[in-house]
Ligand binder design. Structure first.
Ligand SMILES: Nc1ncnc2c1ncn2[C@@H]1O[C@H](COP(=O)(O)OP(=O)(O)OP(=O)(O)O)[C@@H](O)[C@H]1O
Ligand SMILES: [Mg+2]
Length: 233
C-alpha cells in the first residue's frame, strides 16, 4: 500500500535521508524504530507531503504521491499525528476533533457521523467533549491527537512517538487502540523509540542515520534482546 524507494531528503543543503526504502502492506501495523535523530520524523514528513523529496519515489495505493501536497495526501487518506501531540489547548475536545475533519467541514452530518465512530474508540474523550484540551492529562491528550487524526478517516495513519512520556499502563491503552484501529481496516505506521511497540507490529523497521537498516518480522519481533541490539546498532 505504501512504499518508499530510495528516498533522499533533508533541510536546506543538509541531507538527512540517504535512500530510505520502506514497504507497508495494506491492513498491517508497521513500527518504525530508531534512535534520536535517525530520521523517523523526517521520513514521515516526506510521506505526508510536508517535506520535499529530493530524489526517489513514494507510492501509495498505486499512486505516485512523491510530489503531492499535504492536502492532497489527506484527501487520499494519508494522515499524520505529529510528535508532541500538538492539540489546541484552548479549544474544547470536541472542537479539536472537528478540526481533524477540516477537509469535510462543509458536510456537517458527515462530521457528526464520523465523530460518533471515532468516539467509539475513546470513551474517555466522549466524557470530556466540552473540556479544554489543554486541561487533559498527557495520556488523554495523546488519545485526542490520535482521535483528531482519525477524524479525517485515514486509510494510512502515521503516528509519531505516541508513547513518549506516558506511563506504561497508558502506553498499553494507546497500543490497544492502535490494534483496534488496524483491525477496522486502517493501515498504521507507528514511529517509536519504545521497543515495546513491536508487540502490536506486523513488521518492524529499524532506521539508522537516514537509512532503513533492518526489517523484523514474525519471531524476530518477539525477541526483545535481538531487537534492542538491532536498535543500538
Ligand atoms: N527543521 C529542521 N531543520 C534542520 N534540520 C532538521 C530539521 N528537522 C530535523 N532536522 C535534523 O534531521 C535529523 C533527523 O531528525 P528527525 O526529526 O527526522 O529524527 P527522529 O528520528 O524523528 O528523532 P527523534 O526520535 O528525536 O524524534 C536530525 O539530525 C535533525 O537535527
Ligand atoms: Mg522524531
Amino acid at each position: 500500500m505504501l512504499s518508499l524507494t530510495d528516498v533522499h531528503a533533508g533541510y536546506g543543503n543538509l541531507p538527512v535521508l540517504h535512500g530510505v526504502d520502506l514497504d507497508v502492506a495494506a491492513g498491517s501495523t508497521a513500527v518504525l524504530l530508531g534512535l534520536n535523530g535517525a530520521g523517523k520524523t523526517t521520513t514521515a514528513h516526506t510521506i505526508c507531503g510536508a517535506l520535499r523529496v529530493w530524489s526517489g519515489a513514494i507510492h501509495f495505493d498505486g499512486h505516485d504521491i512523491t510530489r503531492w501536497s499535504t492536502k492532497r495526501c489527506v484527501d487520499a487518506g494519508v494522515v499524520m499525528v505529529p510528535e508532541g501531540r500538538r492539540v489546541f489547548p484552548d479549544l474544547s475536545v470536541g472542537r479539536n476533533l472537528q478540526v481533524g475533519a477540516w477537509t469535510q467541514r462543509r458536510d456537517a452530518s458527515w462530521v457528526a457521523d464520523r465523530l460518533e465512530q471515532v468516539l467509539g474508540y475513546f470513551p474517555r474523550l466522549r466524557e470530556r467533549l466540552d473540556q479544554a484540551a489543554g486541561t487533559l492529562s498527557g495520556g488523554e491528550q495523546q488519545m485526542l491527537a490520535i482521535a483528531r487524526g482519525l477524524m479525517a478517516r485515514p486509510r494510512l495513519l502515521i503516528v509519531d512517538e505516541a508513547s513518549m512520556g506516558l506511563a506504561p499502563v497508558i502506553v498499553k491503552d494507546v497500543f490497544d487502540i492502535v490494534r483496534r484501529i488496524t483491525a477496522d481496516g486502517v493501515t498504521v505506521l507507528l514511529i517509536e523509540q519504545n521497543v515495546g511497540a513491536l508487540e502490536v507490529a506486523d513488521v518492524g523497521v529499524v532506521m539508522e542515520r537516514g537509512r532503513v537498516v533492518r526489517r523484523l518480522v514474525g519471531e524476530q519481533l518477539r525477541d526483545r534482546s535481538a531487537v534492542s541490539a538491532a536498535l543500538m546498532g
